[in-house]
Design a protein around this ligand. Sequence first.
Ligand code: C2E
Ligand code: MG
Ligand code: MG
Ligand code: MG
Length: 284
Amino acid sequence: QAKTSGKNRYHLFNPAFHEAMHQRTRREKELRAAIAENQFVLHYQSRVDCKSSKVTSLEALVRWNHPTEGLLGPDEFIGLAEETGLILNLGELVIDLVCAQIAQWAQGVYGRVPVSINVSSRQFNERDIRESIAGALARHGIEGSSVEIELTESSMVVDPRRTADNLQAIHALGVKLLVDDFGTGYSSLSMLHNMSFDVLKVDKSFTSRLGVDANGEVFFRAIITMAHSLGMRVVAEGVETAEQVRILEALQCDELQGFYLFRPVPADELPQSLELPVTELAAR
Ligand code: C2E
Ligand code: MG
Ligand code: MG
Ligand code: MG
C-alpha cells in the first residue's frame, strides 16, 4: 500500500511527467475548440488509373489550421482525437466538409470523381457511420457513389460480424469500400472478401521496397493475383519513383497514389484536368 502511493507521488511531482500531462490537457482543450470553430481544412490527393493515366478518385486528408502553430498534419492530432473520443465529432465534421466540397464541385471536372474519406477505428465502431454518411449525402444533395470510405484492418477486427453487416449497409448506399494501409494489420483476404471491399490500398512500406529487394515485389504479386480473383482492385500507396511505377505496371497493379504522381493540395490548387502530367506513365 505504502509502496504504491509512493510510486504515485513520484509520478505526480515528476516535473517532466507533469509537463507532459499539462501539454496534453491544453492540446485536448484546443482540439475541442478547433472542432467547435471548424479550424480544419481538407487537402486532396489524386489516385491514378494505370491503364488510362486518369484520376480515378481524390483522397481527403485533414489538416488543422492551428491559430498559433500553423497547419498541422493528422499525425499531430488524430491520435489524441482517438484517445479522447473527439474523433467522433471530428469525423462527422470531415464527412460534412467532404460532402459540401463535392456539392460545390458538381459542375467542374472533379464532379466526375469520387472522394475517399478516412474513417478511424473508433468512429467506425462507436458511431452509426451509415447514418452519418446518409445524412451528409442528403443534406448536400449528392449521390452515394460520389464518396468512398477507407478503413484500416485494425478497425475491422474489433467485431468482424458487426463490421460485415455495417459495411454491407454502407455499400448499399453506393459508397465504395477501401482497405487502407493493407498488409500492416491482421486481416485475412477471405475476411476482406466477406466484407465486400472494392479496393485494397497496399501500404507504402511495401511500395518503398520495390526495386530495393525482392520482398516488395513478391508481396505485390501475390496480393494483386488474389485481389483480382476476388474481384477487388489494387492501389499502391506512397509511389515516389519512376522505377516503382514501372514495376507496379508490370505487376498489373490497377491504380497508383503517391508524391511522384500528385501531392495532397487544397481544393483550389488541384489541376484543372484529370489527365496525368507525368510523362513516364502517360507515354507507356
Ligand atoms: P493514409 O490514409 O494512409 O494517407 C496517406 C498518407 O501518406 C498521407 O499523409 C499522405 O500525405 C501521405 N503520402 C501520400 N503519398 C505519399 C508518398 O509518395 N510518400 C510518402 N512518404 N507519403 C505519402 P497525411 O495526410 O499526413 O495523413 C496521415 C494519416 O492520417 C492518413 O494515412 C490517415 O490514416 C490519417 N488521416 C488523414 N486524414 C484523416 C481524416 O480525415 N480522418 C481520419 N480518421 N484520419 C485521417
Ligand atoms: Mg487513407
Ligand atoms: Mg494509407
Ligand atoms: Mg495511414
